[in-house]
Design a protein around this ligand. Sequence first.
Ligand SMILES: *Cc1c(COP(=O)(O)O)cnc(C)c1O
Length: 419
Amino acid sequence: MADKSLPFTLAQLEAIASQVPTPFHLYDEAAMVANARAFYQAFSWVPGGFINHYAVKALPNPYILEALKKAGLGGDCSSLAELQLCEAVGIKGQDIMFTSNDTPAYEFQKAYELGAIINLDDISHIAFLEKSLGGKLPDMLCFRYNPGPLKEGNAIIGKPEEAKYGFTRAQLFEGYRLLRDRGVKRFGLHTMVASNELNPDYFVGTAEMLFELVVELNRELGIRFEYLNLGGGIGIPYRPNQTAVDLAALGGRIKAVYDRTIGAAGLGPIRIAMECGRMITGPYGYLVSHVLHKKAIYKNYVGLDACMANLMRPGMYGSYHHITVPGKENGPKKVYDVTGSLCENNDKFAVDREISDPAIGDLLVIHDTGAHGHAMGFNYNGKLRSAEVLWQGGSKFKVIRRAETLADHFATLDYPGLG
Ligand SMILES: *Cc1c(COP(=O)(O)O)cnc(C)c1O
C-alpha cells in the first residue's frame, strides 16, 4: 500500500523529540489554517455569510482554537468546558453554537451568558431552557432535526431513527409554532446525521433536505429563518487509498441547491453554517512515539511508548490510522501488530499491518490524530496523558500542553505518599 507523506523531515522530528519526551501529539499549524481557509473559500458564495463552528471536542486546545479563530472559525460546544475554551480565546456570541442534548441547566445558563446560538435537542427542552434562564427565552433559538427513516445514516453515527438526538419532523412544526406564538422572532435549524463521511452526495442531500424544509416551514408558519446549520461529519482519508472531499466542488453543488430552493423562494439571505471538527484538524495531527520493544511469538509485535490512552480510536472502533517509520519509508517491510502497554489486548494501533520494519529506538509516527486523538485520552492503568506540540514549520515548535505528571494524576487523591 502507498505510504502517506509527512510534512516534516526525520531530522526536524528528532530535534523536537530531543526536547519533548515521546509520546506527544504534533500539530501542523499552517496546514490546519490553510485547510480552514479553503473551506471558507468554497462557501464564499453564501449571501448571508458562511461560518464553520469548529467542533471543539475534536481538539480542545486553546492555542489551536486561537489559530482557527484567526481564520474566521467559530466554535461548536456541548459542555461547560468547551464553552469556557471558546470564551477564553475570544470566540463570541453567535459564532458559538451550543448543541445540547442531555444538558444540565448550568450549561444552558453559560451558553446564554455568552450569547451563543442555543440549539435544542427536544421539544420538552423549550420549557427546561426557559426555567433554566429564570423564566425567559433567548431572542433566537435553533432546533436539531432528526429525520429518522427519511434519511439514511452512515456507519459511525448509525441510522437516524436509532439516534438519541433531535426533533421529529412533526415536532419541528409544533416547536416553531410554539416559539412563534410566544413572540420569538429569530429562528435557526440544524441537523447532524453523518460522521466521517467521504461521499459528498451525502452533504448535498442534507442541504437539500434542510433547505426544502425551511421553505415549507416558512410557508406553513410564516416564520423567517436566519440561520441554517448543516452539521459536521465531513470525513478524512485515513487510508492512503482514500481521497478527501473536494470542498470547492461541494460548495458549488450546495450553491445550486440553495439557488433552486431558498433562493427561488426569495427567503434569503440566510447565514449558512457547518460544524466540522475532524475535517479541519484531523489530518494535520501526528502521534509521535518511539519503538520500545519488538517480540516474535505466534505473531510479530512492535511495542511503542504510546498506548491506547494517547489514541483510543483503533482500540475502540478498530479505526485505521496510517503508520510511518520516518527515514525508513523505502526500506524493507514486515507485518506486525503495533501495540501499546495497557493490560488490554485491544491496545493495538494496528493489527496485521505491513509497515517499514523498525528497529528498537526508532521514531514511529501515527497519522491523522488531530481530531479525537489527545481529546479522547484517558488514564487507565495510570497511564499519563501526553504533551501536545504545535509545529510551526522548519525547526519552530511550541509545546501547547505539557505532559501530565504523576503528581497531576494523583492530585484528586488525598493520601499520604501520593501526589
Ligand atoms: C461531533 C459533532 C460535530 C463534529 O463532527 P465532525 O465529525 O468532527 O465533523 C458537529 N456537531 C455535533 C452536534 C457533534 O456532536
